[in-house]
Design a protein around this ligand. Structure first.
Ligand code: BYC
Length: 477
């Protein structure tokens, strides 16, 4: 099968859509609805064109083409990683059997649900970020925002393709629903909590692309292991695009921390608010918020859903192939976080041994936490290099949780259990307050001039695709 997308088609694709007229027609009738959604819920800043990358191949080398394009003419398409005809299922009850090219009847509902949840997050993030263009700190950042947005749009296409191609009428209905639910809507909100939060400023955007997109990386990594081969192949290619989103988040927070550290050192003060930078305690609060809502995205510490998904072969573990066990886990156990009785009737944070299968959300969350610590280490290196003793840190796993074992309790960033009153009184020390948010927003004055950058953030070390920072990445309308 050819892997180069065909751009002569209305819907660029490398799945030989032309050979399945019914499917092609169904997707072509969804396309105008997608474009209407993009027009009404996508980026609000009017632009003439943007220096964007578009996928031209799914192979290891040279898969992207860079050039200025009008965003509404971006060629959203359907690209799956190359098929390995000998691929075998790597885990669960069907381990060793050939990967599925069709959906087995008994797993249809579960697979559809996973694909819908994944698909729902993609347009949600575009909706959350739609107003950010108006306050971009530089044309470089503006371009990165739009790149993330168009690729999240393409990830929606990826899931809609699966729904249309493999799930019949129900799949087509779900594809419509993906355009009807909206982030933050009271009547029909997005499915997962973090995707109904606002992304009102660029510090939130970088934190979101660091912490929440990283959940995407881990969830896609588990779906890449799926026995359902088209899902596996589509996630494999999505992960390639996702790498850029990780870069935007990581280096975005780097640059905010770097600028704050510079202003602190130059003025020999921690009080950088009056000096146009973002104070470190505010950065820490934003980090606390985005990290904790992203931890919720992994579901409960124990979950029979995830045990069933694994045994069925629908959703594997992070880097399943590298795990040294039987890949069935029926006889294994795992320690998970839990709330216990301290003995005096008060709750206490403890650990509980459960079957490895029901603890798989915990397994994935732990991989994610270790990865998040990498960012914190980077940011602390920046502070240390500036000669500052200050450090940022990840809050305790029980902090500000609304899903799972800790949903019913409140804890401080150090993991001390708090009464509801103590939490209400103190949360403003740990989560962004209205005052913090208003201050951060007050800094968000647009810098849309070539080569210029806002005062609250350091310029990037490198431009995009070898271009300099002062390249004309975006032409505004
Ligand atoms: N908010 O059994 P449990 C991305 C529900 S991000 C609201 O513990 P399970 C991206 C749950 O549905 C990656 N509800 O959960 C990033 C269940 O409901 P039912 C997105 C929640 O099923 C940035 C109940 O609570 N992809 O790609 O083991 C930009 C009990 O839960 C939440 C995926 O998530 C929540 N946070 O695990 C753009 C992969 N959490 O059954 C894109 C697909 C749980 O009682 N999804 N609930 O009605 C999954 O694998 C799983 O559904 C979850 C939940 C990991 C989300």
């Amino acid at each position: 099968m050819t892997t180069a997308p065909d751009y002569s088609e209305k819907i660029p694709n490398n799945v030989q859509l032309r050979e399945d007229r019914r499917l092609q027609r169904a997707l072509e009738s969804w396309q105008p609805n997608f474009l209407n959604w993009w027009e009404s819920m996508g980026p609000t800043l009017p632009t003439h064109d943007v220096y964007l990358r578009t996928a031209v191949n799914v192979g290891r080398e040279g898969w992207a083409h860079f050039g200025h394009v009008a965003m509404k003419d971006y060629r959203w398409g359907i690209f799956l990683a190359e098929r390995d005809p000998g691929r075998q299922i790597g885990f669960g009850a069907h381990k060793g059997e050939p990967a599925w090219q069709k959906v087995p009847g008994e797993y249809r509902a579960d697979l559809q649900r996973l694909i819908v949840i994944q698909g729902d997050t993609e347009p949600a993030s575009v909706e959350q970020q739609r107003n950010l263009g108006a306050t971009a700190p530089s044309l470089y950042d503006l371009r990165n925002l739009f790149q993330v947005n168009v690729e999240e749009g393409r990830h929606l296409w990826a899931m809609v393709y699966l729904l249309h191609a493999y799930f019949g009428r129900e799949g087509r209905e779900e594809a419509e629903e993906l355009l009807h639910r909206n982030s933050g809507s009271l009547e029909s909100p997005r499915i997962l909590g973090a995707f109904n939060e606002e992304t009102p400023d660029w510090l939130s955007f970088y934190m979101f692309t660091y912490f929440t997109d990283r959940d995407g990386k881990y969830q896609l990594g588990t779906l890449k292991e799926s026995a359902f081969d088209p899902l596996s192949r589509t996630c494999e290619f999505m992960l390639k695009e996702e790498a850029h989103h990780m870069m935007v988040g990581t280096t975005g927070v780097d640059r905010v921390v770097e600028r704050t550290a510079q202003v602190m050192v130059e003025n020999d003060t921690d009080e950088v608010g009056a000096l146009g930078a973002i104070p470190l305690p505010v950065i820490q609060k934003y980090l606390n918020f985005h990290y904790s809502v992203s931890l919720d995205l992994f579901g409960g510490e124990t979950s029979t859903n995830v045990a069933n998904y694994y045994t069925a072969g629908l959703k594997g573990r992070w880097l399943e192939g590298r795990r040294k066990d039987d890949h069935k886990l029926a006889d294994d156990s795992i320690m998970v976080d839990a709330i216990d009785d301290a003995g005096d009737g008060r709750p206490a944070i403890s650990q509980l041994e459960v079957s490895a299968l029901v603890g798989l959300n915990t397994d994935l969350r732990r991989e994610y936490i270790a990865d998040c610590q990498g960012g914190v280490n980077r940011w602390n290196k920046i502070l240390a290099a500036a000669g500052l003793p200050h450090r940022v840190k990840l809050p305790h796993i029980a902090f500000n949780r609304r899903v799972g074992a800790f949903a019913g309790i409140e804890a401080s960033p150090d993991g001390a259990l708090l009464s509801a009153d103590e939490w209400a009184e103190q949360q403003g020390h740990w989560l962004p307050t209205d005052v913090d948010k208003t201050y951060v927003r007050s800094l968000m004055q647009p810098v849309h001039e070539r080569g210029k950058i806002a005062a609250w953030i350091a310029p990037p070390r490198n431009g995009i695709n070898g271009k300099p920072f002062d390249y004309d990445y975006v032409h505004l309308a």
